[in-house]
Design a protein around this ligand. Structure first.
Ligand code: HEM
Ligand code: HEM
Length: 169
Protein backbone atom coordinates (compact mmCIF):
# COMPACT_ATOMS: atom_id res chain seq x y z
CA UNK A 1 0.00 0.00 0.00
CA UNK A 2 1.38 3.48 -0.76
CA UNK A 3 2.09 5.65 2.31
CA UNK A 4 -0.76 7.86 3.50
CA UNK A 5 1.50 10.77 4.21
CA UNK A 6 4.67 12.57 3.12
CA UNK A 7 7.95 11.23 4.53
CA UNK A 8 9.46 13.15 7.48
CA UNK A 9 12.26 14.82 5.43
CA UNK A 10 9.63 16.07 2.96
CA UNK A 11 7.52 17.43 5.83
CA UNK A 12 10.48 19.23 7.43
CA UNK A 13 11.61 20.72 4.12
CA UNK A 14 8.04 21.83 3.31
CA UNK A 15 7.63 23.79 6.54
CA UNK A 16 11.15 25.25 6.52
CA UNK A 17 10.67 26.43 2.92
CA UNK A 18 7.16 27.73 3.70
CA UNK A 19 8.47 29.78 6.65
CA UNK A 20 11.33 31.19 4.57
CA UNK A 21 9.08 32.12 1.63
CA UNK A 22 6.43 33.77 3.84
CA UNK A 23 9.16 35.73 5.65
CA UNK A 24 10.72 36.87 2.34
CA UNK A 25 7.41 37.87 0.75
CA UNK A 26 6.34 39.86 3.82
CA UNK A 27 9.62 41.58 4.64
CA UNK A 28 10.57 42.12 0.96
CA UNK A 29 7.37 44.04 0.29
CA UNK A 30 6.77 45.72 3.64
CA UNK A 31 10.36 46.56 4.60
CA UNK A 32 12.94 46.29 1.79
CA UNK A 33 11.00 47.86 -1.08
CA UNK A 34 10.24 50.97 1.03
CA UNK A 35 13.75 51.58 2.39
CA UNK A 36 16.04 54.07 0.63
CA UNK A 37 19.29 52.46 -0.55
CA UNK A 38 21.50 53.83 2.23
CA UNK A 39 24.25 51.95 4.07
CA UNK A 40 21.70 50.94 6.75
CA UNK A 41 19.86 48.83 4.20
CA UNK A 42 22.86 46.55 3.60
CA UNK A 43 22.16 44.45 6.71
CA UNK A 44 18.53 43.94 5.69
CA UNK A 45 19.57 42.94 2.18
CA UNK A 46 22.14 40.50 3.54
CA UNK A 47 19.47 38.68 5.56
CA UNK A 48 17.13 38.70 2.53
CA UNK A 49 19.79 37.22 0.25
CA UNK A 50 20.82 34.50 2.72
CA UNK A 51 17.24 33.45 3.50
CA UNK A 52 16.38 33.73 -0.23
CA UNK A 53 19.28 31.48 -1.22
CA UNK A 54 18.24 29.00 1.48
CA UNK A 55 14.62 28.98 0.25
CA UNK A 56 15.87 28.21 -3.25
CA UNK A 57 18.06 25.35 -1.99
CA UNK A 58 15.14 23.89 -0.01
CA UNK A 59 12.96 23.91 -3.13
CA UNK A 60 15.68 22.12 -5.09
CA UNK A 61 15.94 19.56 -2.23
CA UNK A 62 12.14 19.19 -2.31
CA UNK A 63 12.12 18.47 -6.04
CA UNK A 64 14.97 15.93 -5.67
CA UNK A 65 13.16 14.14 -2.81
CA UNK A 66 9.85 14.14 -4.64
CA UNK A 67 11.50 12.13 -7.42
CA UNK A 68 12.94 9.53 -5.03
CA UNK A 69 10.30 9.11 -2.31
CA UNK A 70 6.89 7.53 -2.81
CA UNK A 71 4.13 10.09 -3.21
CA UNK A 72 1.00 9.71 -1.05
CA UNK A 73 -2.02 8.24 -2.89
CA UNK A 74 -4.00 10.54 -5.12
CA UNK A 75 -7.01 12.45 -3.84
CA UNK A 76 -9.87 14.06 -5.77
CA UNK A 77 -8.54 17.15 -7.55
CA UNK A 78 -5.03 15.72 -7.52
CA UNK A 79 -4.00 16.87 -11.00
CA UNK A 80 -4.87 20.44 -10.09
CA UNK A 81 -2.98 20.11 -6.79
CA UNK A 82 0.10 18.79 -8.56
CA UNK A 83 -0.02 21.63 -11.08
CA UNK A 84 -0.28 24.06 -8.17
CA UNK A 85 2.73 22.50 -6.43
CA UNK A 86 4.83 22.63 -9.62
CA UNK A 87 3.85 26.30 -10.05
CA UNK A 88 4.84 27.08 -6.44
CA UNK A 89 8.24 25.45 -6.90
CA UNK A 90 8.81 27.22 -10.23
CA UNK A 91 7.92 30.67 -8.91
CA UNK A 92 10.33 30.29 -5.96
CA UNK A 93 13.08 29.26 -8.41
CA UNK A 94 12.25 32.32 -10.53
CA UNK A 95 12.55 34.51 -7.42
CA UNK A 96 15.94 32.95 -6.68
CA UNK A 97 17.22 33.48 -10.23
CA UNK A 98 15.91 37.03 -10.64
CA UNK A 99 17.11 37.96 -7.13
CA UNK A 100 20.58 36.57 -7.82
CA UNK A 101 20.75 38.35 -11.22
CA UNK A 102 19.66 41.61 -9.61
CA UNK A 103 22.19 41.34 -6.78
CA UNK A 104 24.96 40.61 -9.23
CA UNK A 105 24.12 43.18 -11.91
CA UNK A 106 23.32 46.06 -9.52
CA UNK A 107 26.43 45.70 -7.37
CA UNK A 108 24.31 44.84 -4.29
CA UNK A 109 26.20 41.57 -3.96
CA UNK A 110 29.50 43.48 -3.56
CA UNK A 111 27.90 45.84 -1.05
CA UNK A 112 26.58 42.93 1.00
CA UNK A 113 29.93 41.12 0.82
CA UNK A 114 31.60 44.18 2.36
CA UNK A 115 32.86 46.30 -0.54
CA UNK A 116 31.17 49.02 -2.56
CA UNK A 117 27.93 50.94 -2.12
CA UNK A 118 24.36 50.06 -3.09
CA UNK A 119 23.07 51.50 -6.38
CA UNK A 120 20.94 54.60 -5.88
CA UNK A 121 17.83 52.74 -6.98
CA UNK A 122 17.12 49.12 -8.02
CA UNK A 123 14.21 50.00 -10.29
CA UNK A 124 16.34 50.69 -13.35
CA UNK A 125 17.57 47.07 -13.38
CA UNK A 126 15.40 44.70 -15.41
CA UNK A 127 15.69 41.74 -12.98
CA UNK A 128 14.15 44.00 -10.30
CA UNK A 129 10.97 44.19 -12.39
CA UNK A 130 10.93 40.40 -12.85
CA UNK A 131 11.56 39.89 -9.10
CA UNK A 132 8.72 42.30 -8.17
CA UNK A 133 6.19 40.77 -10.61
CA UNK A 134 7.15 37.21 -9.65
CA UNK A 135 6.65 38.10 -5.97
CA UNK A 136 3.02 39.09 -6.70
CA UNK A 137 2.49 35.82 -8.56
CA UNK A 138 4.03 33.93 -5.62
CA UNK A 139 1.66 35.68 -3.19
CA UNK A 140 -1.35 34.70 -5.28
CA UNK A 141 -0.20 31.07 -5.56
CA UNK A 142 0.53 30.81 -1.82
CA UNK A 143 -2.91 32.28 -1.01
CA UNK A 144 -4.57 29.73 -3.32
CA UNK A 145 -2.45 26.92 -1.82
CA UNK A 146 -3.41 27.81 1.76
CA UNK A 147 -7.08 28.23 0.78
CA UNK A 148 -7.01 24.79 -0.90
CA UNK A 149 -5.41 23.20 2.18
CA UNK A 150 -8.09 24.72 4.45
CA UNK A 151 -10.86 23.70 2.03
CA UNK A 152 -9.66 20.07 2.13
CA UNK A 153 -9.25 20.09 5.87
CA UNK A 154 -12.46 21.77 6.96
CA UNK A 155 -14.95 21.40 4.08
CA UNK A 156 -14.00 18.09 2.45
CA UNK A 157 -12.64 16.79 5.78
CA UNK A 158 -10.25 14.39 4.07
CA UNK A 159 -7.43 14.90 6.60
CA UNK A 160 -5.14 16.49 4.01
CA UNK A 161 -3.23 18.64 6.49
CA UNK A 162 -2.12 15.56 8.44
CA UNK A 163 -0.22 14.39 5.35
CA UNK A 164 2.13 17.31 6.03
CA UNK A 165 2.31 16.75 9.80
CA UNK A 166 5.42 15.23 11.41
CA UNK A 167 5.02 11.93 13.29
CA UNK A 168 2.07 9.53 13.54
CA UNK A 169 0.22 7.90 10.69
C1 HEM B 1 1.60 28.41 5.47
C2 HEM B 1 0.64 27.68 5.04
C3 HEM B 1 0.77 26.39 4.27
C4 HEM B 1 -0.05 25.30 4.47
C5 HEM B 1 -1.22 25.19 5.47
C6 HEM B 1 0.39 24.26 3.55
C7 HEM B 1 -0.18 22.98 3.47
C8 HEM B 1 0.22 21.98 2.61
C9 HEM B 1 -0.34 20.64 2.57
C10 HEM B 1 -1.47 20.13 3.49
C11 HEM B 1 0.28 19.94 1.59
C12 HEM B 1 0.03 18.48 1.17
C13 HEM B 1 -0.86 18.47 -0.05
C14 HEM B 1 -1.13 17.06 -0.56
O1 HEM B 1 -1.05 16.12 0.21
O2 HEM B 1 -1.44 16.91 -1.76
C15 HEM B 1 1.26 20.85 0.98
C16 HEM B 1 2.11 20.51 -0.07
C17 HEM B 1 2.97 21.39 -0.70
N1 HEM B 1 3.19 22.73 -0.34
FE1 HEM B 1 2.33 23.71 1.21
N2 HEM B 1 1.44 24.73 2.78
C18 HEM B 1 1.71 26.03 3.19
C19 HEM B 1 2.69 26.85 2.67
C20 HEM B 1 3.45 26.60 1.52
C21 HEM B 1 4.34 27.55 0.88
C22 HEM B 1 4.61 29.01 1.35
C23 HEM B 1 4.87 26.92 -0.20
C24 HEM B 1 5.83 27.53 -1.21
C25 HEM B 1 7.08 27.28 -1.20
C26 HEM B 1 4.33 25.55 -0.25
C27 HEM B 1 4.61 24.58 -1.21
C28 HEM B 1 4.12 23.27 -1.23
C29 HEM B 1 4.48 22.25 -2.21
C30 HEM B 1 5.43 22.46 -3.39
C31 HEM B 1 3.78 21.08 -1.85
C32 HEM B 1 3.85 19.70 -2.56
C33 HEM B 1 4.55 18.71 -1.68
C34 HEM B 1 6.05 18.71 -1.84
O3 HEM B 1 6.55 18.73 -2.99
O4 HEM B 1 6.77 18.74 -0.82
N3 HEM B 1 3.46 25.40 0.82
N4 HEM B 1 1.21 22.08 1.61
C1 HEM C 1 13.78 32.88 -3.23
C2 HEM C 1 12.85 33.57 -2.67
C3 HEM C 1 12.74 35.09 -2.64
C4 HEM C 1 11.58 35.74 -2.36
C5 HEM C 1 10.22 35.11 -2.06
C6 HEM C 1 11.88 37.18 -2.43
C7 HEM C 1 10.94 38.19 -2.22
C8 HEM C 1 11.13 39.54 -2.44
C9 HEM C 1 10.11 40.55 -2.37
C10 HEM C 1 8.63 40.30 -2.04
C11 HEM C 1 10.70 41.75 -2.68
C12 HEM C 1 9.99 43.12 -2.79
C13 HEM C 1 9.32 43.19 -4.14
C14 HEM C 1 8.41 44.38 -4.31
O1 HEM C 1 7.70 44.75 -3.37
O2 HEM C 1 8.37 44.90 -5.44
C15 HEM C 1 12.12 41.51 -2.93
C16 HEM C 1 13.08 42.46 -3.26
C17 HEM C 1 14.42 42.20 -3.47
N1 HEM C 1 15.05 40.96 -3.41
FE1 HEM C 1 14.12 39.17 -3.07
N2 HEM C 1 13.21 37.36 -2.74
C18 HEM C 1 13.79 36.11 -2.88
C19 HEM C 1 15.11 35.84 -3.16
C20 HEM C 1 16.10 36.81 -3.36
C21 HEM C 1 17.51 36.52 -3.59
C22 HEM C 1 18.13 35.12 -3.63
C23 HEM C 1 18.13 37.74 -3.74
C24 HEM C 1 19.59 38.06 -4.00
C25 HEM C 1 20.59 37.21 -3.95
C26 HEM C 1 17.13 38.78 -3.62
C27 HEM C 1 17.37 40.15 -3.73
C28 HEM C 1 16.40 41.14 -3.67
C29 HEM C 1 16.68 42.55 -3.89
C30 HEM C 1 18.04 43.18 -4.21
C31 HEM C 1 15.43 43.20 -3.78
C32 HEM C 1 15.18 44.71 -4.00
C33 HEM C 1 14.96 45.46 -2.78
C34 HEM C 1 14.55 46.89 -3.13
O3 HEM C 1 13.92 47.14 -4.14
O4 HEM C 1 14.93 47.76 -2.35
N3 HEM C 1 15.90 38.18 -3.38
N4 HEM C 1 12.36 40.15 -2.79
Amino acid sequence: MPPFRYALPQVLVHWAAALAVLFLLATGTLVLADLPNTAQKVGNLRIHMIVGGLAGLLVIARIAMGRRMAAPPTLPGDRLARAGHVALNLVVLLMLLSGAMLAWRSGALDAVAGGGALPEDFSRFMPRRVHGLASRLAMALVALHVAAALYHQFILRDGLLSRMRPGGR
